[in-house]
Write a protein that binds this ligand. Structure first.
Ligand SMILES: [Fe+2]
Ligand SMILES: [Fe+2]
Length: 158
């Protein structure tokens, strides 16, 4: 059986992702490499789409709008972590806060989105565990996508 498209499955979440994907600063993420050949932009779209699908499939009743927005912006830190620069030091630990600050500045995101972004690297960031179901979903979806993007280089995570 063919998998439903995101707009068939969750039209509101799909609209949110499409609208964020047209923003100039969000589009900058296309220039940065995340894993393998996958850009940070495509990685964020993969994580957002998978997060919405997990929520639907497992009937987790997350706030789907916040889930989509937070997932799409979870790596909105706006630099290439592969280029050596003192400001990229300890990238793994620091980029969630950088992404959260950018998301607040650009989109004035709410509490749930901020939690999603700040805790997505847990357990690396030990003191910032996910504290709501939306944050748990994105934390897990991010790890799944990181593995599949690294192994399958550019093929879309499902
Ligand atoms: Fe990240
Ligand atoms: Fe990520």
């Amino acid at each position: 059986m063919k998998q439903k498209t995101l707009s068939q499955l969750a039209p509101e979440a799909a609209r949110i992702l499409d609208s964020l994907s047209q923003d100039g600063e969000v589009l900058q993420m296309r220039r940065y490499r995340q894993h393998g050949d996958v850009s940070t932009f495509d990685h964020c779209r993969n994580v957002a789409e998978l997060s919405v699908r997990i929520n639907r499939r497992l009937h987790l009743r997350a706030d789907e709008a916040a889930l989509a927005r937070g997932a799409m912006l979870h790596d909105f830190y706006l630099y290439d972590w592969h280029t050596p620069d003192p400001s990229h030091h300890l990238h793994g630990f620091r980029h969630p806060e950088r992404a959260a600050q950018n998301a607040i500045r650009r989109f004035d995101v709410g509490e749930t989105e901020q939690r999603i972004i700040r805790s997505h690297m847990w357990p690396l960031t030990l003191t910032k565990p996910p504290r709501c179901r939306e944050a748990w979903i994105v934390c897990l979806a991010d790890k799944y996508c990181a593995v599949t993007e690294t192994l399958f280089r550019g093929r879309r995570a499902k």
